[in-house]
Ligand binder design. Structure first.
Ligand SMILES: [Zn+2]
Length: 308
């Protein structure tokens, strides 16, 4: 496949980015050409292009998440492919083994790919309609069973301080949106839902107070609630099974593949899970294409991650 050697990988990325009309990432001019070795007529070793409009040289990396990285494009290519095609997700460890890069470089690359998968202000995601389910979940391991049994208050403290809360809303048969929040309160939940959900939907939640009452401003035609506290999970088509399925899948991947994810980086993994869920109906090739397209124009807004 495309990752076989460096030139194949570069040309694969160029085709994903520009299609049949290569253009200058700086000025947009299409009067551009590939620079070639004068003697051999092979492509320039750095795969440079030159723009006749602004007279500058550039590569396919300019203005993307790989711009300031020395990592060969064939590794990017492989990492995009694995991140988009493996059902269990791919860990930085696995990328490290397959590419020979350092763990730090592999992790850097995976975080940037997660960033490419994240919608930005230029392509804001559409609002959800129809019937939507909203819920939240706690992420971040468990204290040891022995400690838990010894002290219930300690466990409550642990849950509050050590776990991260992921809030999500899903359109049945459609897409999901998710974010991390510091506490489950109306103040945190309500703006998140208003940002991602059209007015006039049917909303499904559990009995949690944060989804109603003063300050909860989402205008809905119906609010169906199941009372999990009383063991009620389904009443007709009133349930939150779709969103719980998303959470279950996310946690299995997080714990099975990535093991320990710090609070600081959790949002990246949430973004990846959202991307994979929202592209579940397309084939692997189309998913790779969509992720790579998302790599364009992301450079300027990105802060470099350090550590894991
Ligand atoms: Zn130019």
């Amino acid at each position: 496949m495309a990752c076989a050697d460096e030139i194949a990988a570069v040309e694969f990325m160029e085709a994903r980015r520009w299609g049949d009309t290569p253009c200058c990432p700086r000025c947009g001019d299409t009067n551009v050409y590939q620079m070639r070795d004068r003697v051999t007529n092979e492509r320039n070793k750095r795969f440079l292009w030159r723009c006749r409009g602004c007279k500058k040289q550039y590569t396919v990396r300019v203005g993307t998440v790989y711009e300031d990285s020395p990592i060969p494009m064939r590794h990017w290519c492989l990492a995009f492919w694995l991140a988009c095609s493996s059902k269990k997700g791919v860990s930085a460890k696995q990328i490290q083994r397959q590419t020979g890069l350092s763990y730090k470089s592999a992790l850097f690359m995976m975080h940037r790919i997660r960033w490419a998968m994240t919608p930005d202000d230029q392509n804001p995601p559409r609002k959800l309609t129809g019937t939507v389910e909203a819920d939240e979940t706690y992420v971040g391991g468990k204290p040891r069973a022995a400690d838990r049994a010894k002290d219930r208050n300690a466990y409550r403290w642990w849950k509050r301080e050590r776990k991260t809360i992921v809030a999500a809303v899903v359109e049945r048969g459609g897409e999901v949106r998710a974010t991390t929040i510091p506490r489950v309160t109306t103040k945190n939940v309500s703006p998140f839902l208003r940002e991602h959900v059209e007015t006039g939907v049917r909303l499904m939640t559990d009995e949690h107070m944060s989804y109603s009452g003063p300050g909860f401003q989402l205008k809905v035609t119906q609010h169906g609630r199941v009372t999990h506290g009383r063991g009620e999970y389904v009443r007709g088509d009133i349930h939150t099974n779709t969103i719980e399925g998303f959470f279950g899948n996310f946690k299995r991947k997080l714990h099975g593949t990535h093991h320990a994810v710090s609070k600081k980086h959790l949002m990246r993994y949430v973004n990846e899970a959202v991307f994979i869920y929202n592209t579940r109906d397309v084939d692997d090739g189309a998913r790779v294409e969509k992720a790579i397209t998302g790599a364009n124009g992301k450079r300027l807004f990105y802060k470099e991650p350090v550590g894991g």
